[in-house]
Design a protein around this ligand. Structure first.
Ligand SMILES: *Cc1c(COP(=O)(O)O)cnc(C)c1O
Length: 438
């Protein structure tokens, strides 16, 4: 398998290099040179495949022998070991629950798969690998859980102080062992900028083996395509056109859906749902991509002002003589954005109308699907429920005015003690800390 950089098609890497490096040297993003179309028989008979078998089928085609089949099977069995059920709200609205993993967010899929691949590829190297990850809330928890006690790998998580939920913070700061949390006195964008700068810092990378675990790593993206097939399998029998509605921040999840379509998933349309951080819905309207500082909302994992997967979305929707990139993008994706007040009203509506407790991110998705279906009535829509509502306990209980049940694996965390190191947004201080500790 070969991957190219979105900044330069000639800049190629194999899977091992792309997974271990995370980012190409030119600061582009890795994309597969060849995205194979899966055989039609697979799509036709998808009901006969288990979720793990779907994941294996996809990766064995995409990786083209980069990992021997037996190893790949083992990797998938360790990483994809929890379900992705589709729940019916009504005949046209469904929820794809992606929160059945250890950190209760969809990011468990990417983080666990990446951890498996990295430790597989890292076996031959003796120097320890340091993973830097910036999180707006959920990435860090999933990465921490995914890499916990993985030999030869250390994880450094940067999170914006006071801007993640109490339980999210516990997920980042209580594991210890090979996991270290840096509490940054700034925003998520500041955290992301420091991580990006570290990767471009030749002096730093000559001394410490660094890699990333954000959704920019291709090994995070690939497993996120699995559950689009898994949801399609569960809904295929109903026969209508399926659209996926993706609550989005950095747009990794939506990009994985576009990858799934390239691999032959028969889906014609996606809905990009955002909170007030609506850079992509604005782009879809105007054709201008204008990143800006993120705004804080109650769907905090989507508070992203400069969505990092945009370069991949551009490549997948590349313009032709007949149609510009922007036109292609608009053909395949509709964008909608909502305020916190809208989101809170939607949480109430979904509870009252369907008896379903939806988290603030899923609620943004629900609103977007509803709006889309006003003009596209003959569709079946699937909202990706990206996290369990109990991860956002104070907001959920305030909005619904009732107590929310916490899954036991999260309740255990609340009892543990937070351990973090505070740092400023000064890159030089961060660099000095990395050099002193690794
Ligand atoms: C990360 C996250 C998102 C945004 O996903 P992207 O792939 O960055 O667009 C949405 N909801 C939740 C709960 C998340 O953790």
């Amino acid at each position: 398998m070969k991957l190219y950089s979105t900044k330069n098609k000639e800049n190629l890497a194999d899977l091992k290099e792309a997974v271990l490096k995370g980012l190409p040297d030119d600061n582009g993003l890795y994309m597969p040179v060849n995205i194979p179309k899966l055989p039609k028989e697979f799509i036709d008979n998808i009901a006969d495949y288990s979720f793990q078998e779907i994941a294996f089928f996809i990766t064995s085609h995409l990786f083209q022998g980069a990992i021997p089949e037996n190893d790949l099977k083992r990797i998938i069995e360790s990483a994809i070991n929890f379900p992705a059920p589709v729940i019916k709200l009504d005949d046209q609205k469904y929820i794809l629950e992606l929160f059945h993993g250890p950190s209760l967010a969809f990011k468990d899929f990417g983080a666990r798969f990446m951890a498996q691949l990295m430790s597989y590829f890292n076996q031959e190297v003796s120097k320890e690998l340091v993973i830097l990850v910036a999180t707006s809330g959920d990435t860090g928890g999933a990465v921490a859980a995914g890499f916990y006690r993985t030999p030869g790998i250390k994880v450094v998580i940067l999170y914006p102080s006071g801007k993640v939920s109490h339980l999210q913070e516990k997920q980042l700061t209580t594991l210890g062992d090979n996991i270290t949390a840096l509490e940054v006195n700034g925003s998520f964008d500041d955290c992301q900028a420091m991580v990006k700068q570290a990767f471009l810092d030749r002096e730093l990378s000559s001394q410490v083996r660094l890699t990333s675990a954000n959704s920019i790593n291709i090994s995070r993206l690939i497993p996120q395509s699995f559950y689009y097939f898994e949801a399609y399998k569960q809904l295929k029998a109903q026969g209508q056109d399926i659209v996926f509605c993706v609550p989005s921040g950095n747009f990794g999840n939506l990009t994985a859906g576009l990858l799934a379509v390239q691999m032959g998933l028969p889906i014609s349309h996606f809905i990009a749902a955002t909170n007030a951080n609506d850079v992509i819905p604005q782009y879809l309207k105007s054709g201008n991509f204008e990143p800006r500082p993120s705004i804080r909302t109650i769907s905090n994992a989507m508070d992203v002002g400069n969505p990092s997967n945009f370069a991949r979305m551009l490549d997948i929707n590349k313009g032709t003589e007949k149609s510009s990139t922007w036109n292609n993008m608009k053909d395949h994706i509709s964008g909608y954005a909502y305020t916190d007040a809208d989101t809170e009203a939607a949480i109430k509506e979904v509870a009252n109308k369907y008896g379903y407790i939806i988290d603030p991110h899923g609620a943004v998705g629900y609103l977007a699907l509803k709006e889309y279906q006003e003009t596209n009535p003959n569709t079946v829509g699937v909202v990706l429920e990206t996290a369990h509502p109990s991860k956002f306990l104070p907001d959920m209980e305030r909005v619904l005015n009732e107590s929310i049940k916490i899954p036991s694996r999260l309740a255990e965390l609340a009892k543990k003690t937070k351990k973090s190191t505070q740092i400023s947004t000064e890159y030089s201080a961060f660099k000095a800390w990395v050099l002193a500790n690794y």
